[in-house]
Design a protein around this ligand. Structure first.
Ligand SMILES: [Zn+2]
Length: 395
């Protein structure tokens, strides 16, 4: 066997072992050999190296029923390092820190004004730098593995921002500026792509998933065969600019009557502002008060028109909807499904996001962690960080 092959197999085994340790949470070396099919010597050598690197640690002694030596269990070393995901929307940015076990350990929403790339990066730096210093002390020896930035716009295959309807950051060297400031690997991606990835890693654990974000615009993130689907040049999923009304309002993309002008939550807010002066403070009131009924019906009808098209094009298994208003109103799903009457609409379920407004930041942080560990799949579903009560993961 040539050296190249040996290194390839070593890396492959390392990847398989890390993926299994993450998935199983805690297990012994002999369990690991059994579930991976690798021989015990290989497992032992690889795990020793991963322990030296700080990625894996030995933990409590396991229980066995028969007499004999109790096995030492291993697990991911959560406190060895951390990753950051940032979601930059039109009027605020959100960020999340996760540790090496994927556990969310810090989050915040910071309001921002429109600004150029340098201004936004310096605001982010102002808020993040003190936290990074603190976490570099508490999460050793690896520290910060990298940062992912979710952009509400189109990012091409060369990591260039092609179109941002809100900020006009076309073709800026955003990624390299970010890397210069923070001195770690930086990933930039579309916010809906990262949201879809977050849902898959933390909650869904299926190979094909559609995630639709409904905040200032509408984005579609597609997970296909466990990977983010990007299309030929990275533009896939710009579903907010699907035309639903050819005589409609002019959109920043140059067309008229794009879906997001009618079905994004910003569109709903504009509609309520125009008719009632403002949106109700409590999103639940939108469904409770009869005076809002006709505006809400019309909004949901537009939402369903786009969903009908997506369903007929892709035949998705599962669709996750994520928006500040709808996340607070689970009955919205039934209202939408009442409008999906086509005999050829075929899908398994449509449901609301379990990660909510932090889905993009979480997905970004998870993607950075996956890249750092150099593995193919990350699966934190069994850790139940969000299953019982979302807030519990943040305390
Ligand atoms: Zn448009």
């Amino acid at each position: 066997m040539s050296t190249g092959d040996a290194q390839y197999i070593k890396n492959l085994n390392r990847r398989i072992l890390i993926e299994h340790v993450i998935k199983e949470q805690t297990l012994s070396r002999s369990d690991l050999a059994r579930v991976t099919g690798l021989n015990k010597a290989t497992v032992s050598a690889q795990i020793s190296k991963l322990i030296d690197d700080g990625i894996i640690r030995e933990t409590k002694v396991g229980h066995i029923d028969s007499p004999g030596r109790k096995p030492i269990l291993i697990e991911m070393n959560g406190q060895a390092g951390y990753s950051i995901g940032i979601d930059i929307d039109a009027n605020e940015f959100r960020f999340v820190f996760i540790d090496l076990k994927g556990k969310p350990i810090e989050r915040k929403v910071v309001p921002i004004d429109q600004g150029d790339v340098d201004e936004i990066i310096s605001i982010i730096q102002y808020h993040l730098k003190p936290l990074i210093e603190t976490y570099n002390e508490s999460h050793k020896p690896i520290g910060l593995t990298g940062i992912a930035v979710g952009i509400h716009g189109i990012i091409n295959s060369y990591d260039q921002i092609v179109f941002t309807p809100n900020q006009k950051w076309q073709y800026s060297n955003f990624k390299s500026k970010f890397e210069e400031v923070f001195n770690v690997p930086v990933v930039i991606d579309n916010n809906a792509n990262l949201s879809a990835y977050g849902e898959q890693v933390y909650y869904e654990n299926i190979q094909d998933l559609f995630c639709i974000t409904l905040y200032s615009g509408i984005g579609l993130g597609i997970i296909n065969n466990s990977k983010i689907y990007r299309g030929y040049d990275g533009f896939a999923g710009e579903i907010g600019h699907m035309v639903v009304n050819p005589d409609g309002e002019l959109c920043s993309c140059g067309n008229k009557g794009c879906w997001e002008l009618y079905a994004s939550e910003r569109a709903l807010r504009n509609r309520f502002n125009a008719k009632f002066g403002s949106m109700p403070q409590n999103p639940a009131e939108i469904f409770e008060k009869p005076k809002y009924e006709s505006e809400l019906d019309s909004y949901i009808q537009y939402l369903a028109i786009g969903l009908n098209n997506i369903i007929n094009i892709f035949n998705p298994q599962r669709i996750v909807l994520n928006g500040a208003m709808i996340n607070q109103n689970p009955e919205v799903i039934q209202s939408i499904e009442r409008h999906l009457k086509s005999k050829i609409n075929s899908y398994e379920t449509i449901h609301l996001s379990h990660l909510g407004e932090f889905a993009c930041a979480l997905g970004g942080a998870a993607l950075v962690l996956k890249n750092y560990l150099n593995i193919n799949t990350l699966d934190f579903v069994e850790y139940e960080y969000f299953n019982s009560h979302e807030k519990s993961a943040w305390t």
